[in-house]
Design a binder for this molecule. Structure first.
Ligand SMILES: Nc1ncnc2c1ncn2[C@@H]1O[C@H](COP(=O)(O)OP(=O)(O)OP(=O)(O)O)[C@@H](O)[C@H]1O
Ligand SMILES: [Mg+2]
Length: 259
């Protein structure tokens, strides 16, 4: 087996006396489309924060390409090939769509970019790239609009596009389909399939199970800060612990519409 792109080893995190993550271990295979699911409060976003370096784990390790990320700040993790979107939108509301997307380019690895201070770069090529991605995602019509004036669903998509502009090898998405209608969700799924086909590994937190099932082949399920399932997506739908987590212990009566 090739080395996983991301490995979590017995990760633990507590806030005060509250244990939010406990002994969480799993691998994300390079090139895979991997979902991280679980009920509200299970610890999914906290785990994303640990992976992306928002705060350190209290126990355990996070490894990218076999390299222990302890002490590596989040900005450098982006340069190492990891980008993320946030559950709550974090765009610059007063900038235009294309300006927001261009901001995602500045975290790219590459000596040339690091040597050129932001603001002094010839903007035309970066702008063209940003416009091309917006066009591919059907967002061309919004390119010049100020983000603050746009509907929620559109802003969610722009966040994903911005994360992609860093040219990550590993893309972490926290509820990318939340607030999208079914047409928008299908478009997002197709777009992420395309991204995946170009070799980007996806780790996706999502509550929308049809979306998860149509995008991801591998699923890790969390409940109360612990990993309760890690394996093929199909297996999760029949797993007793997963059904219990979503439906309580009485799931056997009506498990057909499970998870
Ligand atoms: N900074 C913090 N301080 C204290 N408690 C926190 C903090 N961040 C998260 N928690 C708690 O940790 C638990 C897990 O939260 P987290 O946001 O990781 O869950 P989640 O799985 O992402 O849930 P959701 O599906 O609702 O987004 C929750 O009980 C939450 O209240
Ligand atoms: Mg969350």
């Amino acid at each position: 087996m090739p080395e996983p792109i991301l490995r979590l080893e017995a990760v633990g995190k507590h806030f005060g006396g509250v244990v939010v993550l406990e002994d969480v271990s799993f691998d994300v295979r390079a090139g895979s489309r991997h979902a991280l699911i679980g009920p509200n409060g299970a610890g999914k976003t906290t785990l994303f924060n640990v992976i992306s370096g928002v705060f350190p784990p209290d126990e355990g390790r996070v490894l990218l390409d076999g390299l222990d990320l302890a002490g590596v700040p989040s900005r450098r993790r982006i340069g190492m090939g990891m980008a993320r979107s946030f559950q709550n939108i974090r765009l610059m509301p007063h900038l235009s769509v294309v300006e927001n997307v261009m901001l995602g380019q500045h975290a790219r690895p590459g000596l040339l970019r690091k040597l050129k201070p932001v603001g002094l770069l010839p903007k035309s090529r970066e702008r063209d790239e940003a416009l091309e991605v917006l066009d591919r995602f059907g967002l061309d019509a919004y390119r010049g609009q100020v983000v603050a004036n746009l509907p929620y669903g559109i802003r969610k998509k722009i966040e994903v596009v911005r994360a992609l502009m860093a040219e990550p090898r590993l893309l972490l998405l926290d509820e990318p389909a939340a607030g999208l209608n079914s047409t928008e969700t299908a478009a997002l799924r197709d777009f992420l399939m395309e991204v995946s086909a170009r070799g980007v590994t996806l780790l996706v937190v999502e509550h929308d199970m049809p979306f998860v099932n149509s995008l991801c082949e591998h699923v890790t399920v969390m409940n109360f800060g612990r990993r309760i399932y890690d394996g093929p997506a199909a297996g999760a739908r029949e797993d007793e612990a997963v059904l219990d987590a979503y439906l309580g212990t009485h799931h056997k009566k009506g498990a057909s519409d499970a998870a």
